[in-house]
Each structure stands twice: as structure tokens, then as C-alpha cells.
Design a protein around this ligand. Structure first.
Ligand code: GTP
Length: 457
């Protein structure tokens, strides 16, 4: 879920919202006009037309109420309604995997060829392993000879055992794998089934047989987000034929328009449980409708950002940082510290895009690792006192620091300015004010631990 995701949709909706917000008062005609634009944007994003129709009708009905149009900020209210309805469209809450109280939990992965089934079986195993589970991957895709090998290679890579009996009957393999898991004390069995180019009775027959034989706690359907409405149709067929508990929507890192993500729950009733966001083994995320909606609506995904920050930051240090922020004692030393932490979090651009209001501006900005090296050098050339009180740094000190760091006076000045701006921004974050979506939906996480330096130009 990175750059480019749902970009067209997102940009169009944001334009509409900008117009709405710029109007002090809204009339019914304004709302109708905005909803026409929203409808167009959704259709162009390949959202199912019936879903679009219902969605727009609901938003319109709620927006045209007296209390909205006569409120102090009608534009904001309408945007809030769009956001809420979009969250509802995708299922409202994030859905978890059914873990059986009596191990092993059996997960059956189904889907068409090339959707990313094998890859996501391994990603899922990797994720569960990190959560302390002991998964077993089972190779039941016996028709594509490379599939077994592929699973074995991935299993090796993530250090998860793979059960395979070659070209044996898949129903037998699945049944035998449960015994194997039991005997080895493995508590999650993930069955990679065969795919086909199209849905056909033979495939469904086989999947049904496996289902009857292993009684999975969870049947997850893997669909490719890039295929838009086709993905939704595929999901509908699989659900009717087999009964599906959840969907893994893959390739959301690509240039997808959003149709599948926004329609599939409404059309099939199956929630999206996970999103695939890349080819690497850690490129899987639980699917949070609320976060997805904020991303589409350009509100940024502060929650994901916070989580990423939490992964990279160590708890204790983060708490200290939070204290400093509250007391406004954040110094250039801390800035340097954080910058080093930030490096661990991955590409800066993708992080910056998640910040509300930053996403669009940052689209074309290159965050350069070399700049970061310069920033480090500059801070290292300061005295301890200067790092604590950057206000001390006037002309002659600037010159000295520039010389010491092999940079220029302008660069030193720019860094100081950025630091100052950042302090302001962080005060906002720390207070949880100004940024509408901060901490929403997660109690007690309001404004927590978000002290990121942003060394951009
Ligand atoms: N960019 C991106 N590529 C993905 C993602 N998931 C899978 N892929 C790629 O998509 C291709 C197909 O994935 P597989 O896992 O082999 O597909 P499959 O559904 O198991 O296919 P069959 O085994 O033939 O049924 C591979 O090249 C994967 O690397 C994703 O989330 N993002």
C-alpha cells in the first residue's frame, strides 16, 4: 500500500472535497454536485456500479439533513460522512483469522492462478510465526509442478516446514498434513491449493473435497486487486461455490484503481482480512477499513505510520521522546537519534505519504539519503550546547559548523529552519490536535510516539 495506490480516485475525491470545504455554506445543489463527482470518481476507479449507487445515495441522504447543511463546517461534515460510509463499505472493522482453540488451526488458501496464493501462504506463515505460532505449509497444488518447488523455496527462506507428497492426490496430501502437524506439534496448517486460469467445476470439486476432508477453520480466498471487478466476480463465484471466510487482496502495492478493495465486501459479504503489498515475505498487512478509507480520502494513514514507528523505535526510547516532546525539550541530539531510527523504517517517501496533508505535496519530492548524511554531519559539528539550544547558532557559528561538516552556511540554516518547523509540527502531533484522524479508533493511542524528523527540502 504505497505510492500510487488509488491515486486517481484519491486525487479526484480530494479535489471535490477542496471545493466543498472552500464554500462557507452548502446548499442541496452543492451536495448534489459533489456527489455527482464522487460517483464519477468511484466508477472510474472500477467500483461496482451498484455499490456506487447505494454509496452515493446513502451519503447524499445523510448530507442533506438540516444539521449538516446548517452546521458551522458543512463541507467537513460531508467529508466525514463520506469517510464513515467508505469505512462501512469495506466492512467497518478489521477482521481476524479464526484461530481454533484446539490446534491445529487449518487454513485453506484458494484462488485463481497467479493471484498470489503460494506467495501469500508463505507470507501468512511468516506473519503467524512472528506471532509465536508454529505453522506448516502444505503443497496441494500438484498440477503446476513449479508450485511445490516454489513453496519449498519460500518455506526454506522463512524457516517454516513444508509438507509435500509430490503429485499425490491433493485430498490425501491435505489429510496427511494434519497428521503430520499433530505429530510435530505444529499448530497452524496452511494449505496451498491448486489454481486455475478460470473457475471450473473440476477445480471447485477438488476444493470441496479438501474442505470436507480437513474441515478448515478458515478458507481464505486470494484475489488480485489489479484485476478490479474481475476480482469481485471471482470472489462471488468462490463464495457461492465453496463458502469463503475472508479475502486476501494482493498486489495493492501496484497501480490499482481501488475497485476491488471498495466493492468486494459489499458484493460478496466476505471481509478483506489481509492486503498483499509487495513480493517480499513481510509484505502483508492486516486490512483495516478505516485506514484504507483515510488513505483513499487523502487523510493520510497516521495509524500505520505510528505502527511502523513503533516497530522501529524501542519502547523505552519512545517513551523518553514522548516526555521530551511534552516538555518541549526536544533537541538536535534527539533529532539525530530519531533520524538514525528513521533509517530503519524504510524508504522515506512512503512514510511521508502517509502523513495527512503531506501525501500530495511529497509526491514529487525526492528524499535523498545523501541529504541525511549531510544533516548528520552538520549536527555532529555542533557543540553539545548548540544542539540543546539551536537559537545560539548565529552567523559565525553557522560558518564554523558549515566548515566543520563540509557543507554550506545555507545548508546549516536550512536544517535549523527545518528543525524549528518540525518542533512545531511535533507539538501538534504530541497534543493530538489539528490532525483529525489521529488515534481514532484506537483508545489510548492518541498522538502517541510520533516524533519523526523530516529532513526534506
Ligand atoms: N507486487 C506484488 N506482487 C505479488 C504480490 N503477491 C504475489 N505477487 C507476485 O505475483 C506472482 C504470482 O504469485 P504466486 O504466489 O505464484 O501465484 P499463485 O496464485 O500461487 O499461482 P498458482 O500457484 O499458479 O495458482 C508472483 O510473481 C508473485 O511474486 C503482491 O502483493 N504484490
Amino acid at each position: 500500500m504505497r505510492a500510487g495506490m488509488f491515486q486517481g480516485l484519491s486525487e479526484k475525491l480530494q479535489e471535490t472535497f477542496k471545493r466543498l470545504k472552500s464554500k462557507g455554506k452548502l446548499t442541496e445543489a452543492d451536495v448534489n454536485e459533489a456527489m455527482r463527482e464522487v460517483r464519477m470518481a468511484l466508477l472510474e476507479a472500477d467500483v461496482n456500479f451498484k455499490v456506487v449507487k447505494d454509496f452515493v445515495a446513502k451519503v447524499k441522504e445523510r448530507s442533506i439533513g438540516q444539521e449538516v447543511l446548517e452546521s458551522l463546517s458543512p463541507g467537513q461534515q460531508v467529508i466525514k460522512i463520506v469517510n464513515e460510509e467508505m469505512v462501512a463499505l469495506m466492512g467497518g472493522v478489521s477482521s481476524k483469522i479464526n484461530i481454533s482453540s484446539k490446534p491445529p488451526t487449518v487454513i485453506m488458501l484458494v484462488g485463481l492462478q497467479g493471484a498470489g496464493k503460494t506467495t501469500h501462504g508463505a507470507k501468512l506463515a511468516n506473519m503467524l510465526k512472528k506471532q509465536g505460532k508454529h505453522p506448516l505449509l502444505v503443497a496441494c497444488d500438484i498440477y503446476r509442478p513449479a508450485a511445490i518447488k516454489q513453496l519449498e523455496v519460500l518455506g526454506e527462506q522463512i524457516k517454516v516446514p513444508v509438507f509435500s507428497l509430490g503429485q499425490e492426490n491433493p485430498v490425501k496430501i491435505a489429510a496427511a498434513s494434519l497428521q503430520h502437524a499433530n505429530s510435530q506439534g505444529l499448530d497452524v496448517v496452511i494449505i496451498d491449493t491448486a489454481g486455475r486460469l478460470h473457475i471450473n467445476e473440476e477445480l471447485m470439486g477438488e476444493l470441496r473435497e479438501i474442505k470436507v476432508s480437513v474441515k478448515p477453520h478458515e478458507i481464505l480466498l486470494v484475489v488480485d486487486a489489479m484485476t478490479g471487478q474481475d476480482a469481485v466476480n471471482v470472489a462471488e463465484s468462490f463464495h457461492n461455490e465453496l463458502g469463503v471466510d475472508g479475502i486476501i487482496l494482493t498486489k495493492l502495492d501496484g497501480d490499482t484503481r481501488g475497485g476491488a478493495a471498495l466493492s468486494v465486501k459489499a458484493v460478496t459479504g466476505c471481509p478483506i482480512k489481509f492486503a498483499g503489498v509487495g513480493e517480499k515475505m513481510d509484505a502483508i498487512e492486516p486490512f483495516f477499513p478505516e485506514r484504507m478509507a483515510s488513505r483513499i480520502l487523502g487523510m493520510g494513514d497516521v495509524l500505520t505510520l505510528i505502527e511502523k514507528a513503533q516497530e522501529a523505535f524501542d519502547e523505552k526510547q519512545a517513551r523518553e521522546m514522548e516526555q521530551k516532546l511534552r516538555k518541549q525539550e526536544f533537541t538536535l541530539d534527539d533529532f539525530l537519534d530519531q533520524m538514525q531510527q528513521l533509517k530503519k523504517m524504510g524508504p522515506l517517501n512512503s512514510l511521508l505519504e502517509m502523513i495527512p496533508g503531506v501525501g500530495k505535496q511529497m509526491k514529487d519530492v525526492q528524499v535523498d539519503e545523501k541529504d541525511m548524511a549531510h544533516v548528520e554531519a552538520i549536527i555532529h559539528s555542533m557543540t553539545a550546547e548548540e544542539r540543546r539550544k539551536p537559537a545560539l547558532i548565529k552567523d559565525s557559528r553557522k560558518r564554523r559548523i558549515a566548515k566543520g561538516s563540509g557543507t554550506s552556511i545555507q545548508e546549516v540554516g536550512r536544517l535549523l529552519k527545518q528543525f524549528e518547523q518540525m518542533q512545531k509540527m511535533m507539538k501538534q502531533f504530541a497534543g493530538g490536535s489539528g490532525m483529525g484522524m489521529m488515534g481514532k479508533g484506537k483508545k489510548g493511542k492518541k498522538g502517541k510516539k510520533l516524533g519523526l524528523p523530516f529532513p526534506f527540502k
